[in-house]
Ligand binder design. Structure first.
Ligand SMILES: *Cc1c(COP(=O)(O)O)cnc(C)c1O
Length: 355
């Protein structure tokens, strides 16, 4: 029989979601993303390990947020919702705007002033969300939308919505299916900490269902300037070029700690220059363009490797959470000098070194 196309996480993993019926799902066929071996970058690690990137930039709106959004929006529609609201550093709003448009709902996104990358803002606008910039930080925006959704008939689709986290478990199901078992380590960037919480829940659910026998060590990576969990206190003014993890008071703080502790993993911080190193390695050596926040996961792997944390033989997966096209400005900040020549073949050949 011919292989059918991927139907989206609700249909593909229906036995792990009580509702909705897959035929009623609001879906863009999210999930089913590639697990790419990093055969060049792995040579940066002094001992022989296996390393893969789960490239979540291949989701319909370019980030893992679609995994939770399909479930949250499907269930909101079943409950009769007419409008969605979220606070966002960008990718949640892009995903809410797309799934809201597909379901015929109004979407309101509340974003921190001037801190959203242009690609993500373009997504919210093109899908006809109402974009409200507040003169404050993400944490302020989240407080506002939580209060609004408590008292007014709009469905909150931030990761504090348990449907979001339930959907985001699916990345652990897929990685396990793609490898044939759970990896030894799973590294991922941590902002609001919903993703590490959900990924850990996913592995545990998969083991309970008898689909895998072991669990990975969950390793969360924060940016040094926005590392509340590592520091053990709220960061009032989080600073990092990795805007998707520029969060000073994570909503799922406890979930991240639990994931790290239960799994024997940890939470660490990496500097912006370590993030950029990983970002450029992925793009120039592996052909993978992810956003800066995503590269924090690989930066964490490299930092741990250089500290001698791996003994050899480990199977390591890092989640690359979003697509690099969302945030092209980071590229142009480190652009090589422009080459301009008269429009003659000889001029081009000289640059190629054939003259
Ligand atoms: C949302 C997001 C994160 C952070 O995920 P949390 O669940 O908030 O920890 C990291 N990278 C990208 C690209 C994101 O969109």
């Amino acid at each position: 029989m011919m292989k059918t196309t991927w139907q989206g996480i609700i249909a593909e993993y229906a036995s792990f979601f009580g509702s909705p019926d897959p035929r009623e799902a609001v879906t863009l066929q999210e999930g089913g993303t590639p697990l790419i071996p990093l055969e060049t970058v792995v040579r940066e690690i002094p001992v022989p390990v296996s390393l893969w990137a789960k490239f979540e930039g291949a989701n319909p709106t370019g980030s893992f947020k679609d995994r939770g959004m399909t479930l949250a929006v499907s269930r909101a529609v079943k409950k009769g919702a007419r409008a969605l609201i979220c606070a966002s550093t960008g990718n949640t709003s892009a995903s809410a705007a797309a799934y809201g448009a597909r379901a015929g709902l109004r979407v309101f996104v509340v974003i921190p002033d001037g801190k959203i990358s242009r690609g993500k803002l373009a997504q919210a606008i093109v899908h006809h969300a109402t974009v409200i910039q507040v003169e404050g930080l993400f944490d302020h925006a989240l407080r506002i939308v939580r209060e609004v959704a408590e008292s007014y008939p709009v469905a909150l689709v931030n990761s504090v919505n348990p449907d979001r986290l339930e959907g985001q478990r699916s990345v652990a199901f897929e990685i396990s299916d793609q490898l044939g078992s759970a990896p030894d380590y799973h590294f991922l960037p941590v902002g609001n900490a919903g993703n590490i919480t959900a990924s850990w829940a996913g592995y545990k659910a998969y083991r309970e269902a008898g689909r895998i026998g072991t669990l990975p060590k969950m390793t969360g990576v924060q940016a040094e300037g926005a590392a509340p969990i590592v520091l053990g206190h709220v960061v009032e003014k989080p600073e990092t070029l990795a805007s998707a993890i520029r969060i000073g008071n994570p909503a799922s703080w406890q979930g991240a700690l639990t994931a790290a502790q239960e799994s024997g993993g940890s939470i660490l911080a990496v500097s912006d220059s370590e993030i950029l190193e990983a970002y450029h390695l992925l793009a120039s050596k592996e052909g993978i363009f992810c956003e800066p926040a995503s590269a924090a996961s690989l930066a964490g792997v490299l930092k741990r490797a250089r500290a001698g944390s791996f003994s050899g033989g480990e199977r390591i997966v890092c989640t690359l959470t979003g697509h690099g096209l969302k945030d092209p400005d980071t590229v142009f900040h480190s652009q090589p000098p422009e080459i301009r020549v008269p429009a003659r073949k000889e001029e081009v050949l000289a640059i190629l070194g054939f003259s």
